[in-house]
Design a protein. Structure first.
Length: 137
């Protein structure tokens, strides 16, 4: 009911509740927790309630609810800059876990870096949610 990327969602609670991210064999852009930062901007390219999702209820029934509609193009601020941004702030630990190159950081640090990267761009961005959302608007 809280939505996928809101501060009240499970991932949002991880970010804002002191959680950590361990990325095994991937970089921080694979940790989709950064979408919590995008939702908090808010980014005009995402519609948190513009789509329709199905949700399994506690009694096993299925209900329709408002849901996320993803951006209809590439974000002009690449998520590939997350690791360098965390490194510059000394907020990223790197090493190996078994055979995997791995990174570890506080989820809130990832959130802060992504928000700073998006800065003023989100307010002027021309990327909109995909065509499905536009048709419903």
């Amino acid at each position: 009911e809280a939505g996928i990327w809101t501060a009240e969602s499970p991932i949002g609670r991880l970010v804002h509740g002191g959680g950590h991210l361990l990325c095994l064999g991937v970089t921080p852009e694979a940790a989709t927790a950064y979408h919590i930062a995008e939702e908090s901007m808010p980014c005009v390219c995402l519609s948190m309630k513009g789509g329709r999702d199905l949700r399994v209820q506690m009694d096993g029934g299925v209900a329709e609810q408002a849901g996320l509609v993803w951006r209809g193009g590439d974000c002009p601020i690449s998520v590939k800059e997350l690791a360098p941004g965390l490194e510059r702030r000394r907020k990223l630990l790197q090493g190996r876990v078994g055979q995997a190159e791995s990174v570890f950081c506080k989820a809130i640090d990832l959130w802060r870096v992504r928000r700073q990267q998006l800065g003023k761009t989100c307010g002027t961005c021309k990327v909109l949610p995909d065509g499905e959302w536009k048709a419903k608007a």
